[in-house]
Design a protein around this ligand. Structure first.
Ligand code: ATP
Length: 282
């Protein structure tokens, strides 16, 4: 097996304005193995206030593992994880108040109604009673769930459940939103609503990190994308800078660039932080 792998490169971001925005997600040298099998092998990832960053990669590339580490559901073997300058691995609790997370396959309490569920999440998130009532009404209306507000979650369709999970992720208006495949199962109108919401969050200074296999959506929605494969960075940048860096035409789609970069790469030999001169954390 060859060790050749497409080199990691960081290309300039699209606009000068981005450079002025604060770094809110800072992941460095992230390593994680499951039962000795490497899932992440020295991954870097960053995102800034006002930015939507897409995390894309083939199945098994390590996207969900990365997002779970960021929200504190998993601990890495090694690495630095900072959210708004907060060291997540040193203090894994307090930063969560400012994070919204939508997992890949959300498990919802089927016996509650959407109103009850959002009320429950809002109380955990310490929303004042009046604000919670307004926010619940607002989100159920925006996401077209108002007609189902008082029926059990068990009676909702798959797409409705996904929209409800999205509502739960943003009910406390977090400034960092982490979404794992949020558009799966949602109809085109719902997807449009969600994307509009994400754009609005970023415009108001929030950070959105979203993993997706929908490359046409990532192309239109994200300011930058991070392409990962085999738990490593392949390339990161705006569509324009990725096009330039792989020397593709000025009209090349993200899909074309993605396929080229991920298919060019040969499977890298598994490494450990120790082999790279890094040492296991804790
Ligand atoms: P997909 O696009 O298919 O959702 P992904 O990029 O999100 O994939 P991960 O789910 O992070 O990838 O998985 C990365 C690697 O880690 C894969 O090889 C996967 O099989 C492995 N893995 C993930 N979770 C576990 C687990 N709980 N136990 C063992 N191996 C796991």
């Amino acid at each position: 097996m060859t060790r050749a792998f497409h080199p990691t490169f960081q290309v300039p971001r699209a606009t000068l304005a981005d450079d002025l925005m604060a770094l809110t997600i800072d992941v460095q040298q992230l390593w994680k193995s499951y039962e000795g099998k490497p899932a992440l092998q020295g991954l870097f990832l960053d995102a800034h206030a006002g930015e939507i960053v897409g995390l894309i990669g083939p199945n098994g590339a390590g996207k969900t593992t990365t997002l779970k580490i960021l929200v504190g559901l998993l601990r890495p073997d090694y690495g630095v994880v900072r959210v708004k300058d907060h060291d997540v691995l040193v203090d894994p609790v307090s930063y969560k108040a400012d994070i919204g997370y939508m997992p890949e396959a959300p498990t919802l309490p089927e016996y509650l109604t959407p109103s009850e569920f959002l009320g429950y999440v809002g109380r955990i998130r310490n929303l004042p009673k009046e604000r919670l009532a307004v926010r619940t009404r607002e989100l159920l209306t925006i996401l077209d769930l108002a007609p189902k507000a008082d029926e059990t979650i068990a009676s909702l369709s798959k797409g409705m459940k996904a929209k409800l999970a999205f509502a739960a992720a943003i009910i406390h208006e977090p400034s960092i939103l982490i979404l794992d495949e949020p558009l799966i199962g949602i109809d085109p109108a719902g997807q449009h609503l969600l994307k509009e919401r994400l754009t609005r969050i970023a415009r108001s200074g929030g950070t959105v990190l979203v993993s997706t296999h929908q490359l046409d959506t990532a192309e239109r929605l994200c300011h930058r994308v991070a392409i990962v494969n085999h738990g490593r960075n392949v390339a990161t940048g705006s569509l324009e800078s990725l096009r330039a860096s792989v020397d593709s035409g000025e009209h090349a789609s993200l899909e074309e660039i993605f396929l080229r970069l991920t298919q060019e790469a040969t499977v890298p030999e598994a490494e450990t932080p120790r082999r790279r001169g890094w040492f296991r954390r804790g």
